[in-house]
Design a protein around this ligand. Sequence first.
Ligand SMILES: Cc1cc2nc3c(=O)[nH]c(=O)nc-3n(C[C@H](O)[C@H](O)[C@H](O)COP(=O)(O)OP(=O)(O)OC[C@H]3O[C@@H](n4cnc5c(N)ncnc54)[C@H](O)[C@@H]3O)c2cc1C
Length: 352
Amino acid sequence: MNKIYDVIIIGGGPSGAACALKSLKLGLDILLIEKDPNSTKLCGGVTPEVTREILKYDIQLDIPKNVMSRPHHLGLYLVSPSGQERSIPNYRLLNLSRDKFDRWMLNNYVNMKGNILLDTYPKNIRILDDYVKLEIVREGIHHEYVAGKYLVAADGVFSWVRRKLYPDTNNNLIPVMQEKIVLDGEVEDYFYMMLLKDSITPIYGYVIPKESYSLIGVGSTREEIGNITKFIDRFKSWATENLDIRLRHILSRRLGYIPYGRPRVTYGKNILFLGDAASLCNPFSGEGIRNGIESGLLAAEAIYQGLSENRYATEIYHEFVKDLTLYIIKMKKIVEKLDNDIKEKFVIKGGF
Ligand SMILES: Cc1cc2nc3c(=O)[nH]c(=O)nc-3n(C[C@H](O)[C@H](O)[C@H](O)COP(=O)(O)OP(=O)(O)OC[C@H]3O[C@@H](n4cnc5c(N)ncnc54)[C@H](O)[C@@H]3O)c2cc1C
């Protein structure tokens, strides 16, 4: 190991890929490490229209139609515990095909000749004054050492880096069960977010139309995870009665997790956390794609500034993500005291 990269990024999801692409544009010397580039992510794939603008403005990438699901755009439709319904005017969401979107992001980086090691994961980490040294495992067998002035952890909700450096992290997670389901009947072009009585679902239930199927999901509290199949069944009964649909057959059912811990965006002088690894996903709405991308772009900018101005990028990054961090903390507090009244107000006001 002779070379020291400016930055090593672990994880090539939206956060890590955005950071890698921006770092390349800024002329940084990067290495991206991705454990499983062909994994299928459990996700609704819904993200605000602004995600497109951010990618265009910051890294000059235009999301192509072939990484989107049909319908390409969705409105937001809310239902409250008392049954009040409303669509939010002028609110447009992009309906992404999540796996295709992630691969498209990563391919852009590869096409720009960014350094990448696939089927590779870190095994050990040593933090020195001026750089971080990693022992990595390639293709399950080859052990090597790599080093970077900065290490960026973008390795998702179960972040290896976070667990290694913050072993006290008690993995505060919100379980979400999602089904891919074929429906009879018309689902309109909406992301349906149902904030129903907590006797139906403790947090929310959602329906998202995709090509030839729909996604139906429910979020639960951690304490009630044992009841999550009951919640999704109750939610489906509600949806069958209240939307004009019938459930034909389930293609798959999976359990996933949304981070719910206190955001942790840095460690020491040279480690930065992004997206789910930093707990920067909105615990109320589950929105994590846009936040991950934003944190990735800001981390690249912070590292560039840090190296140019001889300052610690971690300090700069802290400042850059302050508003996002405070917003996530606010949402976490709301989820902690979420009850039917709060849900009702949210729907009536169309936000908090
Ligand atoms: C059921 C469900 C539905 C959701 N729906 C939505 C939605 O509709 N809209 C939305 O915005 N968000 C949604 N989210 C949240 C969203 O999926 C995440 O917030 C988002 O994926 C975070 O991006 P990321 O890049 O930080 O992490 P990830 O997308 O998880 O990417 C992490 C990457 O790191 C790699 N990796 C992991 N460990 C290692 C390792 N040790 N070494 C090397 N590589 C590693 C993984 O293979 C992966 O590619 C949903 C989440 C769930 C659970």
